[in-house]
Design a protein around this ligand. Structure first.
Ligand code: 5GP
Ligand code: SF4
Ligand code: MG
Length: 455
């Protein structure tokens, strides 16, 4: 998912809309906004892409509010239905609450069952709703203390954007699995999942919000605090590899630069002769550039992407995914005809994309096709908010690289090693990133023991 929030700007709702638009790649199933006039909260949500989710009338009704938060949804927990689209808006006689969450909690089911046994009624099947219940039930004195006590009961990955009529509070889980960035525009503070949102609204990128941090914005200013101590950050590796937009920065380095370095590192492990290097657009073009720079093999745009097809991975059902990949990617025949090609993709999950690419390139006349993957084999599901699928569907969960190579029909297949991947991250100031989908070493214990997608 993608989240955004801004406090105290005369064009807050318009800016939120623009920011959400730049975060669209983080979720295409639904989008919404909640705004405050200083006394009450108002919200609008809808299904699909932002431009479909919010109608002109809805946008007009949200206009001219100086406080706003927004969300684009990528369903990992909870079904794809309107009730699960965020931000959530809760009404009570103690005041309204708006809530946007990026990530996935790993103890939400347990908490929810306990609360239900005590009489709580949940409105959604989303894991995020438990936070609102915990907040509402907290007996701590003062809003900030209640937020802290609710946050401390949660386990898993979260970047929360919490709106009350008079304040905007943001918090990042103690491992910092999902990113959240702090920015400023015309004297107003804003937060976003990625810095590309700041670029879109012409805000200044101040810094990455740290694991365990709690930041509150009110009309009196900004308050930096922590809700917990932490010494073990584990940012999601897939944010660098695939998820974030290439121009988005993490601690001042763009994912483009990191992906290029991953491609360069892959070359050290992939000694294959070829005529051209092709990146799978869009997310793998940077890695292909790095590979091409390191190897001296020219990079060509041998695969074209139809820009009107969104991210195919999210399509529900294997048949739909295959059709979507076919609609999305096509080879440039006279570029690949008769050539030995190296294809760089950022990851293989089910193998749908690579299998299609190999077939299409062969048909277009490629003489040899060598697949290079700028991440290690994905072997395990993610419980922290990225849908890398279930064990049953993940091709490397049971198959070796040789068997996968065979299955996708390539002449060779090389993955980046886990060690080299971390080496690249360290070069750019990493303090240790989550790699559980590759290694199975989950930095946060999975308490619910139910895969989001299996619910
Ligand atoms: P596959 O086709 O093997 O199932 O998935 C790999 C392709 O999907 C790669 O081209 C990669 O860029 C993309 N991909 C990998 N992980 C994710 C993910 O979590 N979400 C989405 N939307 N795409 C992904
Ligand atoms: Fe990211 Fe993989 Fe960790 Fe999930 S398991 S948070 S996708 S690195
Ligand atoms: Mg891709």
């Amino acid at each position: 998912c993608g989240v955004f929030g801004i406090w105290g700007h005369p064009e807050a709702s318009e800016l939120t809309y623009i920011a959400l638009h730049s975060l669209q790649h983080r979720g295409q199933e639904g989008a919404g906004m909640v705004v405050s006039n200083g006394s009450y909260l108002f919200g609008a949500r809808g299904m699909g892409l932002l431009t479909d989710a919010l109608t002109k009338d809805q946008l007009r009704s949200l206009k001219t509010f100086p406080y706003a938060i927004g969300h684009v949804r990528y369903a990992t927990t909870g079904g794809s239905e309107l009730s699960n689209v965020q931000p959530f808006l809760f009404k009570s006689h103690h005041g309204d609450l708006g809530l946007a969450h990026n990530g996935n909690l790993v103890n939400a089911m347990n908490i929810r069952r306990a609360l239900e046994d005590e009489g709580a009624i949940f409105q959604t099947s989303s894991d995020s709703e438990v936070f609102a219940h915990l907040l509402r039930r907290s007996k701590a004195g003062g809003k900030k203390a209640r937020i802290k006590s609710a946050l401390r009961q949660l386990k898993g990955a979260f970047a929360f954007v919490i709106m009350h009529e008079d304040s905007l509070t943001v918090a990042v889980d103690d491992h910092g699995v999902r990113p959240l960035m702090l920015g400023k525009i015309d004297g107003a503070y804003c937060v976003a999942s990625e810095t590309c949102a700041f670029a879109a609204i012409n805000a200044e990128y101040i810094r990455d919000i740290e694991p365990g941090e709690l930041i509150t914005m009110t009309d009196d200013g900004i308050d930096f605090d922590r809700y917990t101590e932490t010494d073990k950050p584990n940012m999601c590796s897939m944010e660098y590899i695939y998820f974030a937009r290439a121009d988005s920065e993490f601690r001042g380095t763009s994912t483009y630069t990191i992906r290029k370095a991953l491609g360069k590192a892959l070359y050290k492990e992939m000694d294959v002769e070829a005529d051209i290097v092709i990146g799978v657009p869009d997310s793998s073009l940077a890695a292909a550039k790095g590979f091409s720079d390191a190897s001296g093999i020219p990079q060509e745009q041998g695969l074209l992407k139809n820009r009107y097809v969104g991210r195919t991975f999210i399509s529900p059902g294997q048949e739909a995914r295959e059709r979507a990949v076919r609609m999305k990617l096509s080879p440039v025949k006279d570029i690949v005809d008769g050539k030995r090609v190296i294809v760089i993709d950022d990851s293989i999950v089910r193998g749908t994309t690579s299998k299609f690419i190999v077939k299409a390139l062969r048909k277009a006349g490629a003489k040899e096709i060598h697949m290079g993957v700028s991440s290690p084999p994905i072997k395990n599901p993610c419980y922290y908010g990225i849908d890398v699928s279930t064990h049953a569907e993940i091709i490397a969960s049971k198959k070796s690289p040789e068997e996968i190579c065979d299955r996708i029909g390539a002449d060779s297949l090389t993955y980046l090693s886990v060690e080299r991947m971390h080496e690249v991250y360290r070069t750019y100031g990493s303090r240790g990133e989550c790699d559980a989908c590759f290694t199975g070493k989950y930095p946060i214990e999975i308490i619910d023991q139910v895969l989001p997608q299996e619910k």
